[in-house]
Design a binder for this molecule. Structure first.
Ligand code: AMP
Length: 396
């Protein structure tokens, strides 16, 4: 079969992350990052095999950034024609209740993503920039939007609906949309394949700078920890996760803070950063090892939240057969995995210390054969998942 590739674009407010993926083999042919778009000194890094090109200099806007990336593909390879590019896949965080799967991008889809900006104010405007310049500069191939919320579109209503006044909730589309759905779907699919089961009751813990948990039965998500926005749920690098919304009233009335200030406080200055002084888990462990009691307390709060979610999701599913760790912390932090599983030992969960300590980029089982729950580490690969979904949509 001739190689077919998909260019996956994750466009941020001042960055464009990209990867050229062969969805059939799963290989990444090239990847790169444009950073600090619109700032005086931008940077572009393009990787093709062992060959890495780094450029610095101003990148005026997303259009200029992508033009430069396409030039690098031509100059440094692989050329997109040689690579037989058949689609461009765009990551989109917020699809609201409109998209339960990938969508072929046309003007209507763009208008809908635009209409959803109030629900995804940090992400959707940036994705729209990437889509606009992408469609202009790569007009020969179809463009596909893959939504972070899609996997959670079929959450049972009892999980998706808040107990908020129905009229207000419906008028303003306030419900639990979830996020990281592409990762949860991909990882739970890998677990089902590895264990050879399509009816598993599983929990996936996507623990990165942003963090979320999902409960998946068979191929369907039945619960997830992120809500209307990615603020809800687990303790994260800089986000509070669950907090009584009355804290907002209190900070408004008593501390005189504005909504924007509270937004910043909850989304950027809280979580591990606000509790331990650092949002990077490696730095938090270093503080713990140096004897900082607040860092240890922060870790306990982080773990306590995870114990609550795993327990709650086990109850929701009526059992738990597989627990999987993914993303930056989930894939790399053996200490944290060991401490969490120790706290879950009441379930009959048993970790194999050696397997857990192993550093590997492979998906693997880290529990003992006696463990009542299979515990796994599965590296997430959102780019591959986006490429596969885009390919399936355009070529079947
Ligand atoms: P992500 O958002 O998935 O890219 O994850 C980024 C986060 O992973 C960083 O902020 C770190 O907290 C965490 N991380 C990366 N490597 C390690 C490691 N070796 N040990 C602990 N945490 C790590």
């Amino acid at each position: 079969m001739t190689t077919r590739t998909v260019l996956v674009i994750n466009s941020g407010s001042s960055s464009i992350k990209y990867q050229l993926v062969d969805p059939d083999s799963g290989a990444s042919l090239a990847s790169g990052l444009v950073e600090r778009i619109g700032e005086p000194e931008g940077a572009i890094k393009h990787k093709h095999g062992e060959d890495v090109t780094e450029l610095t200099g101003p990148v005026a806007d997303h259009g200029a950034g992508l033009t430069e990336v396409l030039r690098l593909f031509d100059e440094k390879g692989p050329t997109l024609t040689e690579a037989n590019i058949v689609a461009v896949g765009h990551r989109v965080v917020q699809g609201g209740k409109h998209f339960s799967g990938p969508a072929l991008i046309d003007d209507d889809v763009v208008a809908t993503i635009e209409r959803l900006v109030p629900l995804g104010p940090l992400h959707n405007p940036a994705h729209l920039k990437g889509i606009e310049v992408g469609r202009k500069l790569l007009s020969d191939v179809p463009h596909v939007a893959v939504f972070d919320t899609a996997f959670f579109q079929d959450l049972p209503e009892e999980a998706a609906r808040y107990a908020l006044n129905r009229e207000v909730a419906d008028a303003y589309e306030i419900r639990r949309y979830g996020a990281h759905g592409t990762s949860h779907q991909y990882v739970s699919g890998v677990v089902a394949d590895m264990l050879g089961r399509n009816d598993l009751k599983q929990v996936v813990l996507h623990l990165g700078n942003g963090a979320s948990a999902s409960a998946v039965v068979g191929a369907h998500a039945v619960e997830t920890s992120m809500g209307l926005t990615p603020l809800e749920g687990l303790v994260m690098g800089g986000r509070t996760g669950d907090i009584d919304p009355a804290a907002v009233f209190h900070l408004t009335r008593v501390a005189g803070k504005s909504v924007d200030e509270i937004d910043h406080l909850f989304n950027r200055e809280s979580g591990m950063k606000g509790l331990a002084g650092d949002n990077d888990m490696r730095a938090v462990w270093a503080r713990i090892n140096a004897g900082e009691s607040q860092a240890r307390e922060a870790m306990d709060i982080y773990l306590h939240r995870l114990v609550k979610y795993v327990g709650a999701y086990t109850a929701v599913m009526g059992g738990l057969e597989a627990l999987t760790f993914t993303a930056g912390i989930g894939e790399n932090d053996a200490n944290l995995r060991a401490e969490l599983c120790e706290r879950l030992a009441y379930m009959g969960m048993r970790i194999d210390g050696e397997a857990n300590a192993l550093h590997s980029a492979e998906a693997r089982i880290i529990s003992t054969p006696e463990s009542t729950v299979t515990v796994l580490v599965v590296p997430t690969n959102e780019e591959l998942a986006i490429a596969r979904q885009a390919m399936t949509l355009v070529q079947g």
